[in-house]
Design a binder for this molecule. Structure first.
Ligand code: FES
Length: 363
């Protein structure tokens, strides 16, 4: 029997799934939550209070685009009042001077801004929307407000070869950190896997450039590399382990062990409207489903890396094999690894990947 863990460290608060961008790599579900189904200001405020009582220290206010919530300053104030460190995860569209002042006044502590490419027209092609100038301005305003600024770049076939450009952009925009996160093929992104999947040669070149920039920049810019598990043939320690360090509250109040877990057919996730967050974290079947090691099949069960990768990604195992309890096929030892080898080989042999399927409209 797996012991309940200590308190979660982080809460991912998905305030809305509406977004002005149309990125093909979006990992939000194919069917987005309607605006009318989103939690109210009072409901979110209660979620933050419960999270603070549970021991959560950090909340990512995310989406979609959280700036589309008119009550965002009230939500920031509620999270701050509950003792949570608040980080806004944003596209930057809609982050004007007045809005930022209201958010900082409410207790906002830091901002993470998405970027698609260092070249404006390529960036807007990836995002499917005019956005580069707004992002540049948002970055400037965040720095002028004295808040820590992180950039998040989802990496894929169209931008891995310009990793230097992304690092220079982070330096130009005054960022403290850039997260270079290879695409995770969940939700809408799974539809675009053939368009997004990089070649192994691209990944190797990019990895070399990360090492170069880390050696050159030292502490001047934190570079975080989120590895491409499919190409590396190495399972990732997804979410730091199932139900181990963080929880996600979706816009409609569904509570999930990871943002993509809504796709798992038998999970039966609880909702904040029905249950206390503390019970959900400690007792719910959804959070206990893959906690610890009891659920692991072979070869995970006998593998020395099980304490490092925690068995890999459950959502990916389900997406690729139809069974969330299988070994993650990203792993070189997984029985279904040949499925992934075929995808990676296909990308390496394709000189011109297909065009993106963009997201159309908001929910
Ligand atoms: Fe759900 Fe990895 S995304 S476990």
């Amino acid at each position: 029997m797996t012991e309940p863990p200590g308190p979660p460290w982080a809460l991912l608060a998905e305030l809305t799934q509406a977004c002005p961008l149309r990125c093909g790599y979006c990992s939000n579900p194919v069917e987005l939550t309607r605006r009318s189904a989103e939690l109210t200001t009072d409901q979110w405020s209660d979620v933050f209070r419960q999270a603070g009582d549970l021991g959560v220290v950090h909340t990512h206010l995310s989406g979609g685009e959280p700036l589309l919530r008119r009550d965002l300053p009230e939500l920031v104030a509620a999270a701050d009042g509950a003792g949570l460190y608040t980080q806004l995860v944003t596209s930057g569209l809609g982050l004007g001077e007045g809005r930022l002042a209201a958010l900082t006044g409410a207790g906002l502590r830091s901002v993470q801004l998405s970027v698609q490419h260092a070249d404006p027209s390529t960036a807007e092609h990836v995002a499917g929307a005019r956005s580069f100038t707004a992002k540049e301005r948002a970055a400037r305003l965040v720095r002028e407000a004295g808040l820590p600024l992180g950039l998040n770049a989802v990496l894929h076939r169209a931008n891995l070869d310009d990793l230097d450009g992304l690092v220079r952009l982070a330096l130009d925009w005054g960022a403290d950190r850039i997260e270079l996160a290879n695409t995770q093929y969940h939700g809408w992104a799974a539809r675009n896997r053939a368009a997004l999947l990089p070649t192994p040669a691209q990944v190797e070149r990019a990895r070399t450039r990360v090492a170069f920039w880390r050696a050159r920049l030292g502490d001047a810019l934190e570079l975080v590399w989120v590895a491409p598990d499919l190409v590396d043939a190495t399972a990732k320690p997804c979410m730091g382990g199932w139900g181990a360090v963080s929880l996600t509250v979706a816009p409609d109040g569904t509570v999930l062990p990871c943002p993509a877990a809504g796709t798992l057919p038998d999970l039966d996730p609880p909702r904040v409207q029905d249950c206390r967050l503390s019970w959900i974290w400690r007792e719910s079947s959804a959070f206990r489903a893959f906690r610890g090691e009891d659920w692991m099949p072979e070869p995970c069960r006998g593998c020395a890396l099980r304490t490092v990768d925690h068995g890999g990604c459950r959502c990916q195992a389900h997406a690729l094999t139809g069974d969330a309890a299988r070994t993650d096929p990203a792993c070189r030892h997984a029985p279904e690894r040949p499925l992934v080898d075929a995808l990676v080989d296909g990308a390496a042999r394709t000189p011109h990947p297909p065009a993106y399927a963009y997201r159309e409209g908001g929910p």
